[in-house]
Design a protein around this ligand. Structure first.
Ligand SMILES: [Zn+2]
Length: 270
């Protein structure tokens, strides 16, 4: 029996190695330790789910003809639905513990991500997150800060408990860059986030979802623990932490389809 347990332990360790999860993920990031936008509820039940939906938002606003944009009223209705139906938005730190270590998370978990750092992430999204006490992650391009969000707005959201993370220094397709250009882009973004916000950033979002094998290694070598793509689907314990799937959200995702996307992995392709 003892030998069996040892073998099981070895197999688990090997699986973790294959999955590429960093061995040491115990220490919470300082920014994750005080999720303030973010309720500090201790009464929420936890469990290890079969999978977690990571929602991918971009711009919130009136541009009806853009697939990746969502109307403000629909966005608000989606957040209200999460609240009313008892969903629990979790942090990247919690997602990492689940993906890499199979740790329990609050029941009915969901991850909210906002790409590109649009001005409306501050003016529309942030107040709604605060209203509901929802955890969320905003992926910014430090090289573009000032053209959309400002560092002041980003700092305010960070202080309010929003996780700020890297979308690369510029919004470029990593797979079209040379290895040294990719490395430079990732390193510059990490440095800017450290210099401006004081964080050792651990989360990455591939611009346009584009990456190659080297991108994953460059991210891993520079302190990134999880990286998200635009490939559709839920995230599971044991998934490659550098190729996490996300669920596209836009105007076509009405409330019925929104609820479907966060309750079943087998959701309708729109
Ligand atoms: Zn983007």
């Amino acid at each position: 029996m003892k030998r069996f347990i040892i073998v099981l332990g070895l197999m688990w360790g090997l699986m973790m190695l294959i999955a590429g999860c960093a061995a040491d993920t115990k220490e919470p990031a300082p920014e994750a330790a005080k999720p303030a936008a973010v309720k500090t509820e201790t009464t929420v039940a936890t469990a290890v789910p079969k999978g977690i939906p990571v929602l991918m938002y971009h711009k919130v606003g009136p541009d009806e003809d853009n697939d990746a944009v969502i109307r403000e009223d629909l966005f608000r209705a989606q957040m209200k639905l999460l609240h009313d139906k008892g969903f629990n938005p979790i942090t990247m730190e919690q997602l990492n513990d689940y993906v890499c270590n199979g740790k329990a998370v609050p029941v009915k978990p969901v991850v909210l991500t906002f790409d590109d750092g649009y001005a409306d992430t501050y003016s529309i999204v942030y107040p709604v997150l605060k209203e509901y006490g929802f955890a969320a992650t905003v992926f910014v391009n430090p090289g573009d800060v000032g053209t959309r969000l400002t560092w002041e707005q980003i700092k305010e959201m960070q202080k309010g408990g929003v996780t700020i993370a890297s979308h690369g220094y510029d919004h470029v397709r990593m797979n079209e860059l040379s290895k040294s250009e990719q490395l430079d882009n990732i390193v510059k973004a990490q440095k800017a986030l450290k210099d401006e916000l004081g964080i050792d950033n651990k989360w990455f979002c591939y611009p346009y979802g584009r990456q190659d094998d080297y991108t994953q290694k460059a991210a891993e070598d520079n302190g990134i623990l999880l990286a998200v793509t635009m490939n559709p689907g839920w995230v599971h314990h044991g998934d490659n932490p550098y190729a996490l799937q996300r669920i596209w959200i836009g105007n076509a995702v009405d409330l019925k389809h929104f609820e479907e996307r966060i309750t079943t992995e087998d959701y309708t392709d729109l």
